[in-house]
Design a protein around this ligand. Sequence first.
Ligand SMILES: Nc1nc2c(ncn2[C@@H]2O[C@H](COP(=O)(O)OP(=O)(O)O)[C@@H](O)[C@H]2O)c(=O)[nH]1
Ligand SMILES: [Mg+2]
Ligand SMILES: [Zn+2]
Length: 261
Amino acid sequence: MLWQATGDEGTIEKIQVRRNLFYRQDDMRTKSFAANLDQILILIAAEPAFSSSQLSRALIAAEAAGITPIIALNKSDLAAPFTQAWEWLAPYRRMSYQVLRFSLGLAGEPERTALLKIFEGKTTLVLGPSGAGKSTLINLLKPGALAQTGEISHALNSGKHTTTRTTWYWIDDKRTTALIDSPGFQVFGLNHIEPAQLARYMPDLQSHASHCKFYNCSHLHEPGCSVITALESPSNPHGISLNRYKIYSELHAELSDLTKY
Ligand SMILES: Nc1nc2c(ncn2[C@@H]2O[C@H](COP(=O)(O)OP(=O)(O)O)[C@@H](O)[C@H]2O)c(=O)[nH]1
Ligand SMILES: [Mg+2]
Ligand SMILES: [Zn+2]
């Protein structure tokens, strides 16, 4: 779809052939979505600490939609928490996802030029928890965009209503580069994914899944499960991370519960 901003609202100008559809479920409605994305930037930060479960959900949703995800860890100037957070990202770096380091708050012209290269000619959905730096990124790439920045806690304390709107920004005058700023990823609906399909959207599990004894292995309890055999352990320090496996089993249970009714 082509969107046209009219004041605060966006109206649909023209329906284009839908290449993909990225779901995001709200409390009240399943309305916020973006179609025809080229990539999804998952922006997290050294602070506030990110949830690896939310990160995994975003990655699974991207995989399921067939859209390339890029992970970026912002606030590299916060040395100690950044080092810690970068370490937490080790399983994701091993999965051959592109994992970038940003310090958006300190970016000057050379950094801005380098950043533009990532987005040039593409439509990118920017996802991430509140406070990660999404608005900072947009204001940097499009001076004058006036995306509101600030900590969510700050906004909440002052009684201000934080935006839950998904906003489309054209970065260039030719309208070839677009960024979509969406509110945090707390409520990430993965309800459209079958539990039996889940592992195929988790590359670290999937790379072992084809070696399981049973073709329909759930990787939860079966004998001869290659996923379970590949779990991280003292003898296999670079195996599937226990945290990622926990996320898999929790999501599997959550999605299985849904299919019962
Ligand atoms: N230390 C540090 N703070 C940053 C950086 N980038 C953004 N911030 C700050 O983090 C806070 C949240 O940024 P914002 O862009 O509003 O995040 P959003 O909620 O994802 O849109 C703001 O106070 C920013 O100034 C960075 O690279 N380093
Ligand atoms: Mg924001
Ligand atoms: Zn298995």
